[in-house]
Design a binder for this molecule. Structure first.
Ligand SMILES: Nc1ncnc2c1ncn2[C@@H]1O[C@H](COP(=O)(O)OP(=O)(O)OP(=O)(O)O)[C@@H](O)[C@H]1O
Length: 247
């Protein structure tokens, strides 16, 4: 089972309507990117899928075991090694004690960090810390993985490398991934489908399917990136005008 979002609206006291009757059907094993300008409600949507926030109206259907979450900040415990950070997630998920050490090794190898088991977070680069955070999210063993701009703070080269690794990991694990970003190129590189959100309130403006042919063709992906950037810019400009008129 994937994730079903049915006419979900969200109103925050003070802020007002942030998401307006948003519906989407995400298949099991799909890699979805949710693309939108800053403040359009992407994180709020992920929080509702994670069950951390209740919609004001509408409903969501998420697999019974819930979803694992990964954020922009790795949030690793600084006094624990990479291995112990991952092990803690296994412990919290009640993973059998006898098999924990083996599973930690497997998960760190899956994110290409088998060699960094004993390193503390401050000894790791930003990209490595995010890979440990990814291993920790995978330790929760949920079919759905929610990723909230996890690579936004990284340099372009590290990000490119992590994109490749994440695609490979997705193909290997068959997880349903919902990846939030405001980076158009990142969405095209990663996802099989992109949902473009409008702002104030957030609705689905466009849905684009990305084939491997398109992804691997620089001219086609650049053309799509331009098109989506134009859509996002137009959306942002609309709000600047609305805000100016309101002010
Ligand atoms: N707890 C809250 N109470 C009131 N308003 C909130 C709360 N959380 C978020 N908002 C507002 O809701 C809107 C959507 O916020 P959200 O963080 O979901 O957007 P976003 O698209 O993830 O933004 P960004 O890309 O900048 O992280 C923003 O206007 C924000 O100020």
């Amino acid at each position: 089972m994937g994730v079903l979002i049915n006419e979900v609206s969200l109103t925050y006291p003070g802020t007002g309507l942030v998401i307006d009757q948003l519906s989407a059907e995400i298949e099991d094993g799909e890699f979805i990117a949710v693309l939108g300008a800053s403040g359009c409600g992407k994180s709020s949507l992920l929080n509702m899928i994670a069950g951390l926030l209740a919609p004001s109206s509408g409903w969501l259907e998420v697999p019974q075991d819930g979803a694992a979450f990964m954020f922009q900040d790795s949030n690793l415990l600084p006094w624990l090694t990479a291995g112990k950070n991952v092990e803690l997630a296994l412990k919290l998920a009640d993973y059998p004690v006898a098999q924990r050490a083996g599973r930690v090794t497997e998960l760190l190898q899956l994110v290409q960090l088998g060699h960094a088991m004993e390193k503390k977070p401050h000894e790791l680069s930003g990209g490595m810390r995010q890979r440990v955070a990814l291993a920790r999210a995978l330790a929760q063993d949920r079919q759905v993985l929610l990723m909230d701009e996890p690579f936004a703070a990284l340099d372009a080269i590290t990000r490119d490398m992590l994109h490749e690794q994440l695609r490979a990991l997705w193909a290997q694990t068959g997880k349903t991934i919902i990846f939030v970003t405001h980076n158009v190129r990142e969405a095209i590189r990663l996802a099989g489908r992109i949902l473009v959100l409008s702002s104030h309130p957030g609705r689905i403006l466009e849905t684009r399917c990305i084939t491997d042919d398109l992804r691997n063709d620089p001219a086609q992906s650049a053309a799509l990136a331009n098109e989506l950037t134009t859509i996002l810019r137009k959306e942002q400009r609309k709000h600047e005008l609305t805000d100016r008129n309101a002010g």
